[in-house]
Design a protein around this ligand. Structure first.
Ligand code: NDP
Length: 251
């Protein structure tokens, strides 16, 4: 399941899944508006690939998250969910202190931080079910994996050292991703006993609405890299913060 999959990196991930030699039986591609031009590319993909199920999900709306669980469950018919990618996210247009705005801070936190946590909470029974479907003791792809798309610029250790272009403070965005990192580090510890691996991935600086036209990396390159990283996750990767090439990112 990939959240925020009507455009950008999320859509790129779904496109990559359907291209695989052995594509997943079910790909749950969530987006907040099922109709209209924003969802057209995804709906077209679902028409061509019956294993793609387009599911309504607004990450800031708890009732929408719960409704999505029921839809996913109805397709899985007793099976579990073995991969959840919390990708949906928003940037904020408040780069400097003078722009900081309470509403914007809270909406960004709700979308990038609280949303992914609620999604893991509500999908936990399906993730646990997938983890139990194999006797393997090793965490990773043959059990259940939760990936959270974080950002290098949410890293206090490395997020100010980029030499490509100086990144402004972006208080709302950076803080929301730093908080997401802590939440997912906690989840990695809490869910290990259930056989669920949680990890964070920085997708690179990617040409999308969040990344802007200036970004050097194309969606396809980022997504191909991230899927390789996901495929190679091992028990020791639980709680890791990696980039799309598999390098560790500092907290
Ligand atoms: P896009 O702006 O292209 O895509 C963002 C996606 O998130 C859209 O599908 C959007 O849906 C969805 N979304 C936003 N708010 C909500 C919501 N409340 N409920 C459900 N879906 C929502 O950006 P990217 O593809 O670049 O972003 C994907 C992830 O990658 C984000 O988490 C971002 O922070 C992260 N990231 C991106 C980087 C980059 O350089 N591009 C760098 C580091 C991290 P809608 O069309 O409805 O708005």
């Amino acid at each position: 399941m990939v959240t925020g999959s009507n455009r950008g990196i999320g859509l790129g991930l779904v496109k990559e899944f359907v291209k695989m030699n052995h594509p997943p039986n079910h790909i749950f591609a969530t987006c907040r508006n099922l109709t209209g031009s924003e969802a057209k590319a995804l709906q077209d993909l679902a028409t061509k690939h019956p294993n793609v199920h387009v599911v309504q999900l607004d990450v800031t709306d708890h009732s929408s998250v719960k409704a999505a669980v029921s839809v996913v469950e109805s397709h899985l018919k007793g099976q579990g969910l073995n991969l959840l990618i919390n990708n949906a996210g928003r940037n904020s247009q408040t780069p400097f202190l003078e722009d900081v705005d309470q509403q914007d801070m809270l909406l960004t936190y709700n979308t990038n931080t609280v949303g992914p946590l609620l999604i893991v909470k509500e999908f936990l029974p399906l993730l646990k079910k997938a983890a139990k479907e194999t006797a393997s003791k090793d965490l990773g792809g043959n059990k259940a994996v939760v990936i959270n798309i974080s950002s290098f610029i949410g890293s206090i250790g490395q997020g100010f050292t980029t030499t490509i272009t100086p990144v402004p403070p972006l208080y709302a965005y950076r803080a929301s991703k730093a908080a997401l990192n802590m939440i997912m580090a906690c989840l990695a510890v809490e869910l290990k006993k259930d056989g669920i691996l949680c990890a964070l991935i920085h997708p690179g600086w990617v040409k999308t609405d969040v990344g802007s036209e200036e970004a050097p990396l194309m969606v396809q390159n980022s997504v191909e890299g991230m899927l390789k990283v996901i495929a190679n996750l091992k028990s020791s990767s639980s709680g890791a913060f990696l980039d799309w090439e598999g390098n560790e990112v500092a907290w």
